[in-house]
Design a protein around this ligand. Sequence first.
Ligand SMILES: Nc1ncnc2c1ncn2[C@@H]1O[C@H](COP(=O)(O)OP(=O)(O)O)[C@@H](O)[C@H]1O
Ligand SMILES: [Mg+2]
Length: 313
Amino acid sequence: MERIRQAVERARGPGVSNGQSQQYTQQPPVGMPAAASSARREPVLLNGRHLESMRVISHDIADPRSKSFDMLRTQVLQSMDANSWRFLGITSPTAECGKSIVATNLALSIARQPEKSVLLVDMDLQKAQVAKQLGLRCDQGLIGVLRGKTDLSRAIVPVGIKNSKLLVLPCETTVPNSSEWMASRSMAALLKQLNRDFKNWTIILDLPPILLTDDVISILPQIDCVLFVAAAGLTTAPEIKECNKHLEATPVVRIVLNKATDTSAAYYYGYSRYGSSPAPQAKANGRASARPAGVGRSIPSSLRKLVDRLTRF
Ligand SMILES: Nc1ncnc2c1ncn2[C@@H]1O[C@H](COP(=O)(O)OP(=O)(O)O)[C@@H](O)[C@H]1O
Ligand SMILES: [Mg+2]
């Protein structure tokens, strides 16, 4: 009987079994700095039902919607690896475009790859979302670290569900003067520490929107690249133009056109890339490629090859 139980455990592989926490599998190298040693702690097991209710699904390969994020992951990582970039900022023109949804799902998708290590940081200091999305109760986090009250290694939480294991630096509260914190010396010191302590990690920063405050503008020079999220039916052409100006000096790895609804270009799993493969309808009509709809048209043609459509789900 015991042998059967062991065989079942083996077949399940590493990760969660019998609802019990398992040892975190991304073992950091021996002698690693204190901050990254959070990876050694037992992960907090995330609740699948809660995640689903928050539209966080990419830990579950059985969910067809996770394919969208896996495809996005592969493209983002290809660009980042090719340039040895590690800090990816996720931003949008205004709130509600889906930055946090994309950041969290992308992080879980990357975390499913056994050879990848990912740290997700909630940097939207006025509208922190990551802990809520993941169902984490946190009384320590980024603000405490910036204030010098919390040690980084204590603020970082290892989390896990199925085969996705990652580290999260949540933002435990919101602050009205976010711009000052984003431009502060303590923020610069934190980014330096992350850079030093998380050498081979992908660090995803869930940033605020670009156009509402100067939060993003002040942090852009300190990060490697950006994933830009625009929302169909919400983002306007002038907003995209304005953001483009601010992003001139920062590489944009992908543009996600989120909450897309037009069915003419709806692809398998609700995901498509402009210019890569025409929509079935477009093919049937003999047209060369699917036309970006709505806000998609306002994306400069030089950037359209970077656009991924993510439908409402
Ligand atoms: N593709 C999508 N389909 C449906 N709802 C979405 C999608 N992406 C995001 N949402 C929802 O839109 C709202 C805003 O998303 P969020 O990620 O919090 O935006 P932001 O971080 O840009 O403010 C949330 O309720 C989220 O669940
Ligand atoms: Mg958000």
